[in-house]
Write a protein that binds this ligand. Structure first.
Ligand SMILES: NC(=O)c1ccc[n+]([C@@H]2O[C@H](COP(=O)([O-])OP(=O)(O)OC[C@H]3O[C@@H](n4cnc5c(N)ncnc54)[C@H](OP(=O)(O)O)[C@@H]3O)[C@@H](O)[C@H]2O)c1
Length: 255
Protein backbone atom coordinates (compact mmCIF):
# COMPACT_ATOMS: atom_id res chain seq x y z
CA UNK A 1 0.00 0.00 0.00
CA UNK A 2 1.54 3.29 -1.09
CA UNK A 3 0.84 6.91 -0.17
CA UNK A 4 1.96 9.19 -2.99
CA UNK A 5 1.84 12.89 -2.14
CA UNK A 6 1.14 15.63 -4.70
CA UNK A 7 0.09 13.04 -7.26
CA UNK A 8 -2.72 14.48 -9.38
CA UNK A 9 -0.26 15.51 -12.12
CA UNK A 10 3.35 15.30 -13.22
CA UNK A 11 6.00 13.27 -11.44
CA UNK A 12 3.75 12.29 -8.52
CA UNK A 13 1.12 10.93 -10.85
CA UNK A 14 3.73 9.02 -12.87
CA UNK A 15 5.02 7.43 -9.64
CA UNK A 16 1.48 6.48 -8.66
CA UNK A 17 1.00 4.83 -12.06
CA UNK A 18 4.29 2.92 -11.77
CA UNK A 19 3.40 1.62 -8.30
CA UNK A 20 -0.12 0.69 -9.45
CA UNK A 21 1.46 -1.25 -12.32
CA UNK A 22 3.29 -3.26 -9.65
CA UNK A 23 -0.06 -3.97 -7.96
CA UNK A 24 0.14 -1.45 -5.09
CA UNK A 25 -3.04 0.00 -3.59
CA UNK A 26 -2.79 3.79 -3.56
CA UNK A 27 -3.68 6.86 -1.55
CA UNK A 28 -3.26 10.09 -3.53
CA UNK A 29 -3.47 13.73 -2.55
CA UNK A 30 -3.20 17.20 -4.08
CA UNK A 31 -5.08 20.44 -3.44
CA UNK A 32 -7.45 20.58 -6.42
CA UNK A 33 -10.22 18.03 -5.79
CA UNK A 34 -11.43 17.83 -9.41
CA UNK A 35 -8.07 17.04 -10.98
CA UNK A 36 -7.23 14.64 -8.15
CA UNK A 37 -10.52 12.74 -8.40
CA UNK A 38 -10.13 12.40 -12.17
CA UNK A 39 -6.58 11.06 -11.78
CA UNK A 40 -7.60 8.61 -9.04
CA UNK A 41 -10.43 7.34 -11.22
CA UNK A 42 -8.22 6.94 -14.31
CA UNK A 43 -5.52 5.05 -12.40
CA UNK A 44 -8.08 2.75 -10.79
CA UNK A 45 -9.64 2.01 -14.20
CA UNK A 46 -6.30 1.46 -15.89
CA UNK A 47 -4.57 -0.74 -13.31
CA UNK A 48 -7.45 -2.29 -11.36
CA UNK A 49 -6.02 -1.38 -7.94
CA UNK A 50 -7.94 0.39 -5.13
CA UNK A 51 -7.21 4.13 -5.19
CA UNK A 52 -8.20 6.37 -2.27
CA UNK A 53 -7.86 10.13 -2.65
CA UNK A 54 -8.34 13.20 -0.50
CA UNK A 55 -7.80 16.86 -1.36
CA UNK A 56 -4.99 17.91 1.00
CA UNK A 57 -2.61 20.85 1.26
CA UNK A 58 0.71 19.28 2.22
CA UNK A 59 1.83 22.43 4.03
CA UNK A 60 -0.97 21.86 6.58
CA UNK A 61 0.20 19.39 9.25
CA UNK A 62 -3.34 18.64 10.47
CA UNK A 63 -4.57 17.98 6.94
CA UNK A 64 -1.69 15.57 6.30
CA UNK A 65 -2.43 13.80 9.58
CA UNK A 66 -6.06 13.44 8.60
CA UNK A 67 -5.13 12.17 5.10
CA UNK A 68 -2.78 9.49 6.43
CA UNK A 69 -5.26 8.56 9.20
CA UNK A 70 -8.04 8.09 6.64
CA UNK A 71 -5.67 6.03 4.47
CA UNK A 72 -4.85 3.70 7.37
CA UNK A 73 -8.56 3.41 8.24
CA UNK A 74 -9.19 2.34 4.66
CA UNK A 75 -6.21 0.00 4.05
CA UNK A 76 -5.01 -1.00 7.52
CA UNK A 77 -1.34 -0.17 6.86
CA UNK A 78 1.01 1.94 4.73
CA UNK A 79 4.14 0.29 3.32
CA UNK A 80 5.43 2.97 0.94
CA UNK A 81 5.46 6.76 1.25
CA UNK A 82 6.49 9.11 -1.53
CA UNK A 83 6.99 12.72 -0.41
CA UNK A 84 6.43 15.33 -3.10
CA UNK A 85 4.92 18.81 -3.51
CA UNK A 86 4.82 21.61 -6.07
CA UNK A 87 7.95 23.56 -6.88
CA UNK A 88 8.84 27.04 -5.52
CA UNK A 89 8.91 30.06 -7.88
CA UNK A 90 12.07 30.77 -9.88
CA UNK A 91 13.80 33.87 -8.51
CA UNK A 92 17.23 35.31 -7.83
CA UNK A 93 18.31 36.06 -4.25
CA UNK A 94 17.88 39.82 -4.76
CA UNK A 95 14.24 39.56 -5.85
CA UNK A 96 13.12 36.91 -3.33
CA UNK A 97 10.82 38.25 -0.62
CA UNK A 98 10.87 37.00 2.98
CA UNK A 99 7.43 35.47 2.58
CA UNK A 100 8.65 33.50 -0.43
CA UNK A 101 11.46 32.01 1.68
CA UNK A 102 8.94 30.97 4.31
CA UNK A 103 6.55 29.54 1.74
CA UNK A 104 9.29 27.54 0.02
CA UNK A 105 10.37 26.11 3.38
CA UNK A 106 6.77 25.10 4.16
CA UNK A 107 6.16 23.68 0.68
CA UNK A 108 9.39 21.82 0.05
CA UNK A 109 10.75 21.00 3.51
CA UNK A 110 7.94 20.97 6.09
CA UNK A 111 5.59 19.08 3.74
CA UNK A 112 8.10 16.21 3.88
CA UNK A 113 8.36 16.47 7.67
CA UNK A 114 4.55 16.41 8.03
CA UNK A 115 4.26 13.28 5.90
CA UNK A 116 7.10 11.27 7.41
CA UNK A 117 6.00 12.17 10.97
CA UNK A 118 2.74 10.36 10.22
CA UNK A 119 4.27 7.42 8.36
CA UNK A 120 7.38 6.51 10.33
CA UNK A 121 5.78 5.42 13.65
CA UNK A 122 3.39 3.16 11.73
CA UNK A 123 6.18 1.68 9.59
CA UNK A 124 8.24 1.20 12.73
CA UNK A 125 5.53 -0.94 14.28
CA UNK A 126 5.33 -3.18 11.20
CA UNK A 127 9.14 -3.29 10.80
CA UNK A 128 8.94 -2.57 7.08
CA UNK A 129 8.83 0.63 5.12
CA UNK A 130 10.05 2.50 2.08
CA UNK A 131 10.14 6.28 1.87
CA UNK A 132 11.26 8.22 -1.19
CA UNK A 133 11.45 12.00 -1.29
CA UNK A 134 11.25 13.85 -4.61
CA UNK A 135 13.50 16.91 -4.69
CA UNK A 136 15.57 18.12 -7.66
CA UNK A 137 19.02 18.08 -9.28
CA UNK A 138 19.45 21.41 -7.51
CA UNK A 139 20.44 19.27 -4.50
CA UNK A 140 23.55 18.20 -6.41
CA UNK A 141 24.18 21.22 -8.63
CA UNK A 142 22.46 24.59 -8.08
CA UNK A 143 20.54 26.00 -11.06
CA UNK A 144 20.90 29.77 -11.63
CA UNK A 145 17.61 31.57 -10.94
CA UNK A 146 16.21 28.80 -8.72
CA UNK A 147 17.56 30.10 -5.40
CA UNK A 148 14.64 28.74 -3.34
CA UNK A 149 14.99 25.22 -4.74
CA UNK A 150 18.81 25.35 -4.49
CA UNK A 151 18.66 26.33 -0.82
CA UNK A 152 15.64 24.57 0.64
CA UNK A 153 15.85 21.17 -1.04
CA UNK A 154 19.36 20.53 0.26
CA UNK A 155 17.74 20.37 3.70
CA UNK A 156 15.53 17.51 2.52
CA UNK A 157 18.58 15.56 1.35
CA UNK A 158 20.11 16.08 4.82
CA UNK A 159 16.87 15.00 6.49
CA UNK A 160 16.75 11.85 4.36
CA UNK A 161 20.30 10.87 5.23
CA UNK A 162 19.63 11.37 8.94
CA UNK A 163 16.35 9.46 8.86
CA UNK A 164 17.97 6.61 6.93
CA UNK A 165 20.47 6.20 9.79
CA UNK A 166 17.82 6.49 12.50
CA UNK A 167 15.30 4.07 11.01
CA UNK A 168 17.47 1.43 9.33
CA UNK A 169 17.16 -0.81 12.41
CA UNK A 170 13.38 -0.83 11.82
CA UNK A 171 13.85 -2.05 8.24
CA UNK A 172 12.66 1.30 6.88
CA UNK A 173 14.69 2.40 3.87
CA UNK A 174 14.66 6.10 3.00
CA UNK A 175 16.02 7.60 -0.20
CA UNK A 176 15.85 10.84 -2.12
CA UNK A 177 15.48 11.20 -5.88
CA UNK A 178 16.59 14.26 -7.85
CA UNK A 179 14.76 14.84 -11.12
CA UNK A 180 16.45 16.77 -13.89
CA UNK A 181 14.44 18.42 -16.67
CA UNK A 182 11.40 16.17 -17.00
CA UNK A 183 8.44 16.96 -19.29
CA UNK A 184 5.59 17.93 -16.91
CA UNK A 185 3.28 20.95 -16.46
CA UNK A 186 5.77 22.40 -13.97
CA UNK A 187 8.52 22.41 -16.59
CA UNK A 188 6.25 24.01 -19.18
CA UNK A 189 5.46 26.79 -16.67
CA UNK A 190 9.14 27.24 -15.82
CA UNK A 191 10.07 27.53 -19.52
CA UNK A 192 7.33 30.16 -20.00
CA UNK A 193 8.50 32.19 -16.97
CA UNK A 194 12.14 32.14 -18.06
CA UNK A 195 11.18 32.90 -21.68
CA UNK A 196 9.18 35.97 -20.61
CA UNK A 197 12.04 37.20 -18.42
CA UNK A 198 14.63 36.74 -21.16
CA UNK A 199 12.53 37.85 -24.15
CA UNK A 200 12.86 34.54 -26.02
CA UNK A 201 10.43 31.73 -26.84
CA UNK A 202 9.73 28.81 -24.46
CA UNK A 203 11.10 26.49 -27.19
CA UNK A 204 14.38 28.41 -27.07
CA UNK A 205 14.56 27.87 -23.30
CA UNK A 206 13.96 24.12 -23.74
CA UNK A 207 16.59 23.97 -26.50
CA UNK A 208 19.12 25.63 -24.16
CA UNK A 209 18.36 23.10 -21.41
CA UNK A 210 18.80 20.25 -23.86
CA UNK A 211 22.24 21.52 -24.87
CA UNK A 212 23.43 20.85 -21.32
CA UNK A 213 21.91 17.36 -21.03
CA UNK A 214 24.25 14.63 -22.30
CA UNK A 215 21.27 12.54 -23.44
CA UNK A 216 20.13 15.59 -25.44
CA UNK A 217 16.46 15.52 -24.47
CA UNK A 218 14.04 16.09 -21.60
CA UNK A 219 13.20 13.15 -19.35
CA UNK A 220 9.86 11.39 -19.50
CA UNK A 221 7.86 11.15 -16.24
CA UNK A 222 7.64 7.35 -16.62
CA UNK A 223 11.46 7.09 -16.80
CA UNK A 224 11.65 8.96 -13.51
CA UNK A 225 8.87 6.88 -11.95
CA UNK A 226 10.56 3.58 -12.84
CA UNK A 227 13.52 4.46 -10.60
CA UNK A 228 11.22 5.43 -7.73
CA UNK A 229 9.27 2.17 -8.10
CA UNK A 230 12.54 0.24 -7.92
CA UNK A 231 13.57 2.08 -4.72
CA UNK A 232 10.17 1.16 -3.23
CA UNK A 233 10.55 -2.53 -4.09
CA UNK A 234 11.99 -5.53 -2.26
CA UNK A 235 14.77 -5.55 -4.89
CA UNK A 236 16.19 -2.32 -3.40
CA UNK A 237 16.61 -3.97 0.01
CA UNK A 238 20.22 -2.76 0.48
CA UNK A 239 19.73 0.84 -0.67
CA UNK A 240 19.13 3.57 1.91
CA UNK A 241 20.27 7.15 2.54
CA UNK A 242 20.99 7.87 -1.14
CA UNK A 243 20.21 10.88 -3.34
CA UNK A 244 19.93 9.66 -6.92
CA UNK A 245 19.87 11.96 -9.95
CA UNK A 246 17.49 10.98 -12.75
CA UNK A 247 18.66 13.65 -15.13
CA UNK A 248 19.96 12.32 -18.44
CA UNK A 249 23.52 13.01 -17.21
CA UNK A 250 22.95 16.72 -16.45
CA UNK A 251 24.84 16.89 -13.13
CA UNK A 252 28.52 17.40 -13.87
CA UNK A 253 29.92 16.18 -10.54
CA UNK A 254 30.96 12.60 -9.80
CA UNK A 255 28.34 11.79 -7.12
N1 LIG B 1 9.50 18.36 -13.77
C1 LIG B 1 10.76 18.68 -13.60
O1 LIG B 1 11.53 18.81 -14.55
C2 LIG B 1 11.30 18.85 -12.21
C3 LIG B 1 12.70 18.99 -12.06
C4 LIG B 1 13.22 19.16 -10.79
C5 LIG B 1 12.36 19.20 -9.69
N2 LIG B 1 11.02 19.06 -9.87
C6 LIG B 1 10.18 19.12 -8.68
O2 LIG B 1 9.45 17.92 -8.53
C7 LIG B 1 8.17 18.23 -7.92
C8 LIG B 1 7.05 17.72 -8.83
O3 LIG B 1 7.20 18.39 -10.07
P1 LIG B 1 6.16 18.22 -11.28
O4 LIG B 1 6.91 18.59 -12.49
O5 LIG B 1 5.46 16.92 -11.20
O6 LIG B 1 5.12 19.41 -10.90
P2 LIG B 1 3.62 19.65 -11.42
O7 LIG B 1 3.42 19.08 -12.78
O8 LIG B 1 3.39 21.12 -11.22
O9 LIG B 1 2.71 18.82 -10.38
C9 LIG B 1 2.70 19.21 -9.04
C10 LIG B 1 1.71 18.33 -8.26
O10 LIG B 1 1.80 18.71 -6.90
C11 LIG B 1 0.51 19.09 -6.40
N3 LIG B 1 0.73 20.10 -5.37
C12 LIG B 1 1.37 21.28 -5.51
N4 LIG B 1 1.40 21.94 -4.34
C13 LIG B 1 0.78 21.16 -3.42
C14 LIG B 1 0.45 21.29 -2.04
N5 LIG B 1 0.78 22.39 -1.34
N6 LIG B 1 -0.21 20.29 -1.42
C15 LIG B 1 -0.58 19.18 -2.11
N7 LIG B 1 -0.31 19.00 -3.42
C16 LIG B 1 0.36 19.98 -4.07
C17 LIG B 1 -0.24 19.57 -7.65
O11 LIG B 1 -1.64 19.51 -7.51
P3 LIG B 1 -2.49 20.80 -6.93
O12 LIG B 1 -1.97 22.01 -7.65
O13 LIG B 1 -3.92 20.45 -7.21
O14 LIG B 1 -2.21 20.84 -5.47
C18 LIG B 1 0.27 18.54 -8.67
O15 LIG B 1 -0.43 17.32 -8.52
C19 LIG B 1 8.15 19.76 -7.73
O16 LIG B 1 8.58 20.08 -6.44
C20 LIG B 1 9.15 20.23 -8.77
O17 LIG B 1 9.69 21.50 -8.46
C21 LIG B 1 10.47 18.89 -11.09
Amino acid sequence: MAVVAASSRGLGRAVAEALAAEGASLALCARNENTLAATADQIQQRWGVPVFHRATDLTDAEAVKSFVGATVDRFGAVHIGVANAGGPPSTSFAETKLDEWRMAFELNFMSTVHLVRELLPRMQRQKWGRIVTITSVTVKQPVDGLILSNAVRAGVAGLVKSLANEYARDNILINNVCPGYTATDRLTDLAATLAAAQGVSPDEIVARWQQHIPLGRLGRPEEFAAVVAFLCSEKAGYVTGTSTAIDGGLVKGIV
